[in-house]
Design a protein. Structure first.
Length: 277
């Protein structure tokens, strides 16, 4: 970035590796902002689907990307994503949408717009940005870059657990809003595990694993800005690490780089005390 006060830390890696969880914690610890670039691709895909744009029509998708406003707002309960002023934070996480995002992410014209959006958001600020190409393409001059990876099996397990938690939460919400019978009980659907047996559990995991593998193939095989480790990115294999251990490793690397390139880091306002806790 040309702007002198901009300072970017990039975290790239495949689906389900924990970039968002880790990125948010690292950003908080360093008093940086946090940007999830995947949310922009997701929001554009949501708009294309809602407006019934043919996802095979490249020009229509590029036009749509050029005419869309995407904003992020930090709140106490997390970051909200706004698509043309509409809060779409939850909608963009739906699995049916996740399966379609690659159609827009494959297009150079769409990526150009998404990159422009990212660059304007971070301009003049300190950001942890995460995605697939943030270190390799969008912010090639970022002074600190990470590439997180983990085995397919581990990533699928993490995503599966996450989906289960969300499902349980939804079921609990449904349970609380379900009408109560005269004896004070609510419907069966209120019991999170009442209709989920072991085989169903195994099947769902296999589905998540297959989806992770498919998304990897698509992210790595696309001709424009494929998922790669930037030459100067630090690789962290998170397969056998907890979230906290990954955060500690990342902060340790940042502290080491800060000590090596003191002047460059001084203008970022990064304090040693935030790095060495
Ligand atoms: O990170 P997340 O899973 O939300 O990203 C959704 C999709 O957006 C990815 O599967 C990928 O196709 C696309 N993406 C991308 N480049 C990025 C971030 C996300 O192509 N920098």
């Amino acid at each position: 970035m040309s702007n002198k006060s901009t300072f970017i830390i990039t975290i790239d890696g495949p689906a389900g590796v924990g970039k968002s969880t880790v990125g948010k914690i690292v950003a908080k610890r360093l008093h940086f902002h946090y940007l999830d670039s995947g949310a922009i691709y997701r929001a554009l895909t949501l708009k294309a689907i809602t407006k019934k744009v043919n996802l095979a029509d490249r020009n229509a998708l590029i036009r749509l990307a050029k005419r869309t406003r995407i904003k992020f707002r930090q709140t106490d309960s997390g970051t909200r994503v706004y698509l043309d002023n509409r809060n779409v934070t939850k909608l963009i996480r739906r699995p049916e949408l996740t399966a379609q995002v690659y159609q827009l992410a494959n297009l150079a014209g769409v990526r150009k717009e998404v990159n422009r959006i990212q660059q304007s958001i971070v301009s003049g600020k300190k950001y942890v940005v995460e995605g697939r190409d943030t270190g390799s393409v969008v912010f090639p001059d970022a002074p600190v870059k990470f590439y997180l990876d983990a085995s397919h099996a581990e990533r699928a397990l993490r995503r599966h657990r996450e989906l289960e938690i969300l499902q349980d939460r939804d079921e609990k919400q449904r349970h609380h809003s379900a009408p109560m019978s005269p004896d004070g009980h609510r419907g069966e659907a209120g019991h999170p595990d009442s209709h989920r047996d072991a085989s169903e559990h195994g099947l769902a995991y296999k589905k998540v694993l297959d989806e992770i593998k498919l998304r990897d193939r698509r992210d790595k095989a696309r001709s424009v800005a494929p998922l790669v480790q930037a030459r100067d990115a630090i690789a962290v294999d998170t397969t056998h690490l907890s979230i906290n251990q990954v955060v500690v490793q990342i902060l340790h690397h940042i502290a080491r780089l800060a000590a090596q390139r003191r002047n460059n880091f001084r203008r970022s306002g990064l304090r040693q005390s935030r790095l060495c806790r």
